[in-house]
Write a protein that binds this ligand. Structure first.
Ligand code: CTP
Ligand code: CA
Length: 226
């Protein structure tokens, strides 16, 4: 629809976006991470800029250029991403978009020196990272919060459970069992859920998906704050 590309639908709004993977140090030369490319978060940053927003992009290590006019904050670990998100929230945030593939666990302790090769097995103790999007969604005052979910099965049930558990306003879910979309791909297809409904977004490049997602957020934001 024409409304989809409406320029200025986020004028004066402050949007904070997390993107990319986090890296959790094991020792000075090793870490635990994942294959997130950051493309979806960067496409959303671009789409929000086009809609007139002020955008802060809190980014884990990725190989992507910063879109024009976006304020980028580089972080490495989940704990750093949480601290940067809370700081951005304190500076003012109307909409928080969590695309980051945050490592769920980090090593319980970071070895000060490179760990030497030992016996045939090694055990690394991991502890849970804080849930960044849930922390932001539970703060007061709270922004409009869009979360993401990557599921391989029971997509709608798991997505709706995350919407409730994390107190999100909206969740965009991609079926990562599909080989042709997601993570490293330039394309994506998703289903977006909110309390009162859902919308399927057909397979398209991440920039079009991003504009459609922003349009849905603007629609729900104005339904909440008419
Ligand atoms: N997320 C986050 N902080 C975490 C873990 C996840 O902010 N420590 C956010 C992601 O950015 C995403 C949403 O939570 O917007 C869902 O992430 P996902 O990995 O799908 O869900 P989890 O709650 O970690 O559950 P699981 O990995 O077991 O499916
Ligand atoms: Ca996870």
């Amino acid at each position: 629809s024409a409304n989809l590309f409406a320029v200025g639908s986020l004028t004066g709004k402050r949007v904070v976006i997390t993107a990319g993977p986090t890296r959790e140090a094991i020792d000075p030369v090793r870490y635990i991470s994942n294959h997130s490319s950051g493309k979806m978060g960067y496409a959303l940053a671009q789409a929000c800029i086009e809609a007139g927003a002020h955008v802060t992009l809190i980014s884990g290590p990725v190989h992507l250029p910063t879109p024009d006019r976006v304020q980028r904050v580089n972080v490495t670990s989940a704990l750093q991403m949480l601290a940067a998100s809370q700081q951005a929230l304190a500076e003012g945030c109307d909409m928080f978009i969590a695309t980051a593939a945050v490592a769920d666990y980090r090593p319980a302790a970071v070895a000060e020196q490179k760990i030497k090769k030992q016996g045939d097995e090694i055990v690394i103790e991991l502890v849970k990272n804080p849930d960044i999007v849930a922390t932001i969604a539970q703060s007061t005052p709270r922004p409009f919060v869009l979360g993401f979910a990557a599921e391989t099965q029971y997509v709608e049930n798991y997505a709706r459970a995350k919407l409730e558990a994390k107190k999100l306003d909206m969740i965009a879910c991609n079926d990562v069992s599909r080989a042709d979309i997601g993570f490293q791909s330039d394309d994506n297809a998703m289903t977006v859920f909110w309390r009162g409904g859902y919308q399927k977004l057909d397979k398209a490049n991440k920039s079009l998906i991003a504009r459609q997602l922003v349009a849905l957020c603007v629609q729900q934001l104005s339904a909440i704050n008419p």
